[in-house]
Design a protein. Structure first.
Length: 350
């Protein structure tokens, strides 16, 4: 149950508007406190099925996936692993990629991952890893198609062809997508190369499959990825699992400080006299961004306050108000102190 709050936050923060989260849980003594509380709150976005099982009557992962598929009410099915981090744009980006490729099924061919034991991040590109290691295409088929944490597909074709997951806990993913290809041909499924970080896969020692990186991704670089847009989650991981001196067995080369490449973006800042464009790293935190704004405006940093949106009462011209009066002015929106979100980042659903 440790990751249940995380998967709910990943779900509710998706910018895809019409969505439901289907949870199929089995338990022996106590079901999820988190999901029972959400269900009791009346949130209709959660469809929560729970079954008390004994040690010999546990439902397989494949069986649970099939149950969820057959009670789903949407047009698309996306598999979320509760121990992975999904960016707010994950669903919209994956669905767009699927339509762009004229496919009915899409999964990632590359992704960022976090090794909890070493506290280090890596980037896994299956095709590049195979090229460097001189591996054959058939040797990486499981890497390309067998990771169910990034499966997204149309629902109706699976129902029409009665395509189900096998009743097992291992390799149910790869057998499922092979059944799709057998029914509709290889072109029904497409690969999406993700280099902006719409998901961060977690390696915690209990995974049924592993990922391997040619190089470590520095934490500064991770702050510029899409998953960093999910409030608090990435910082929580970094705080809970600091980077260790011991190297990760999943990452070949350590991050070199000289090799860190920050992703730069231009953010629009609305202020009293119009719109100001400020260039900064995508993962810039509040104080860093305030420094850049103060530098552009040629004013002391103490005079800068950052809001996610304009206060309801409008902007206050300090030149026309005394200091005491300004301090009494109520704030409709709490200033943003810890992080800066890109107001233009969210995409409209396709």
């Amino acid at each position: 149950q440790h990751f249940h709050e995380q998967v709910w936050q990943c779900f509710v923060n998706q910018d895809w508007p019409d969505k439901e989260l289907i949870i199929v849980e089995t338990f022996q003594t106590r079901s999820s406190d988190i999901f029972r509380a959400i269900e009791a709150s009346g949130d209709k976005r959660l469809v929560y099925l729970r079954f008390r099982c004994g040690q010999t009557t546990e439902l397989s992962i494949g069986c649970k996936r099939n149950i969820a598929t057959h009670i789903a009410s949407g047009d698309y099915i996306s598999s979320f692993d509760d121990d992975d981090i999904y960016a707010p744009t994950y669903l919209s980006r994956m669905i767009s990629a699927m339509h762009d490729k004229h496919a009915a099924f899409v999964t990632l061919s590359s992704w960022y991952f976090f090794d909890i034991k070493s506290g280090r991040f890596g980037f896994f590109d299956a095709k590049e890893y195979a090229r460097v290691k001189k591996m054959r295409d058939k040797d990486i088929d499981g890497w390309l198609w067998g990771y169910g944490f990034s499966y997204l597909h149309k629902l109706q074709p699976a129902l029409d062809k009665k395509i189900n997951y096998p009743d097992q806990n291992m390799e149910e993913d790869i057998k499922y997508i092979r059944a799709w290809k057998q029914s509709f041909g290889d072109t029904c499924a497409a690969l999406f190369f993700d280099d902006t970080g719409i998901v961060c896969h977690t390696l915690h020692g209990r995974n049924t499959s592993n990922s391997f990186a040619l190089r470590e991704v520095a934490r500064e670089e991770m702050r510029d990825t899409d998953v960093a847009e999910l409030p608090g989650t990435l910082d929580f991981y970094m705080g809970m699992f600091p980077r260790q001196e011991e190297r990760s067995r999943f990452i070949e080369y350590e991050a070199a400080d000289s090799g860190i490449q920050r992703r730069m973006v231009e953010r629009k800042v609305h202020w009293l006299n119009g719109i100001l464009t400020v260039e900064c790293t995508r993962g810039a935190h509040g104080y860093e961004f305030k420094e850049l704004c103060a530098e552009r405006l040629h004013i002391p940093i103490e005079s800068v306050r950052i809001h996610r949106e304009a206060p309801e009462g409008g902007f206050l011209d300090m030149r026309q108000h005394g200091k005491e009066e300004a301090e009494e002015e109520p704030e409709a929106i709490k200033p943003l102190e810890e992080e800066v979100q890109d107001p233009d980042h969210n995409q409209s659903p396709p």
